[in-house]
Design a binder for this molecule. Sequence first.
Ligand SMILES: [Zn+2]
Length: 390
Amino acid sequence: MPPRWDLLIRGGTLIDPAQGVSARRDVALRGGRVAAVAESLASADAGEVVDATGALVTPGLIDLHAHVYDGALPIGIHADRAALVNGVTTVVDAGSAGWMTFAGLRDYVIPTYRTRVYAFLHLSATGLATVRVVPELGDIRFAQVEEAARVIGENRDLILGVKVRIAHGGTGKGDQANAREALRRARRAADQAGVGLMVHVSDTPIPLPEILEQLRPGDIATHIFNGNAEQVLGSNGRVRPEVRAAAERGVVLDVGHASVHCDVKVAERALAEGLRPTTLSTDLHNPPPGRIVYHLRGLMSKFLALGLGLDEVVASVTSRPAAALGKSAELGSLAPGMAGDAVVLDLEEGQFAYIDGAGNTVRATRRFRARHVIRDGQRVATPAPAADHV
Ligand SMILES: [Zn+2]
């Protein structure tokens, strides 16, 4: 008789904010889905047993902001080698591709990954292909609403939103006109296609409130704790009222850490005033020499050290990004029937340091390490690397 379950994750503490569970649970998987969750399930019923003794078990992590168009962009990184082995079973490619270049991501890159990949299509026709050479919307002719909406319409299984960077490096230096027009066109493309909008808000040439005004519940402002001139804190050092209003109406405040898009002094001040990030994300990419990009588990460790609770940290990389993607019925929880994506995380004790592009250091006494990664009901064989960063 075949075993009742394909795989059993046994002996761990399940942290599953969507179910409100934070307790000792075994999780059984069958046919790529969660089959059972209980205080104790019998090993004899499983084809394979994954040992989670002394560890945390969470839904597979979801990184809402990454760049996995490996081979086509200078910043593109391999999803399986960088994200999956670190417990990230789902990544969102945040605008690496535009309507002209999306087919390559869809046909030649995503099919080679075991990592689940969704995309936000860049408003710029060629996405971020030119990113270290010229701003992708320095010439507004690259912002083609009809074409972007058409390609989204043709790829609804993969494309969940529109991405635009309202930044000097995205819409051009010394020219605010492109920033405003790019934002208008991005809004139109998202509305025309009936999808969400993700806006890069770091180093923006126009006031942050003008950007937030364009965002609706479920839309995403990424790089929310950047330390540039237009940031969440006003000149009085307090959280700006427009930022609070955006958070209150359901705009997703996403960290998008990267190396230069999160100033921990801004994050600490915002947290002290009760402004919490909705989601933690990495902006995972292949960085230029001298810059550090943390894995999602590294950012989880950093924000745990900054005072977020364990359940909140886990929610910000599981149930909340799943909700932002409209995938709560499938991803971000280990309730029976959900996708069989999970991670067994050790919370190691020691002395760890997390830096940012502004020169700040956060010291932590705990950090997350991926002991086992399970994707689609099967264990990923590759052992997790020790480093917290790319
Ligand atoms: Zn990015």
